[in-house]
Write a new protein. Sequence first.
Length: 223
Amino acid sequence: MTKGIIYYTDNSCDEIILTAVQKQLESCGLPIVSVSLKPIHFGKNIVFNGERGRLTMFKQILSGLENSKSDVIFFAEHDVLYHPSHFEFTPSKKDVFYYNENRWRVDLKTGQALFFYCPSTSGLCAYRNLLIEYYRDRVARIEKEGYDHKEGYEPGLKTNKLGKWMSKFPNIDIRHGHNLTQSRWTQEEFRDKSTCLGWTMADEVPGWGVTKGRFGDILNKIK
């Protein structure tokens, strides 16, 4: 059983974020397939011709999956810092989508950190064949029927094929104002409070140190 990473980007992030995320991923030592809208020197790069959006993102993911040779795939987004402990996970079942819920959101400007339990595509890990089957079907359905907001971004979320784990140390989801998903910093912004359980605001992130007022320094020190 082999592990690999697919990294997808629309090339729109600040360079300081892109550089830090890519360097952090390279340090993890797994083979990387990157899918971008412009050429980048990162892993095995595939340039996808399309405009930024949901369908393009799903097609990028599918392209990355089809071009990877690894058995187990970890998803990697261009604005998430992945801790090495994230990649220690091994799926126990071949027909389940697994999500690492140990993810802290950190505001790029202030360094404010926030945690709550929530499965996200950025923390997805599963067997490649299962992922290819899902994303081929999802792309075909979006092309025919459009994007279904009720289904969301995360495969397996509405089924019994969903698994969760917590890595030893968290990943950092960098909130920079141009994220594809909405940033929410108060519980009042959630209509369904069951989707923000474990709400914790902090000035630091376990395994990463103090982020409040010095997050830029953390990004610059990643080599």
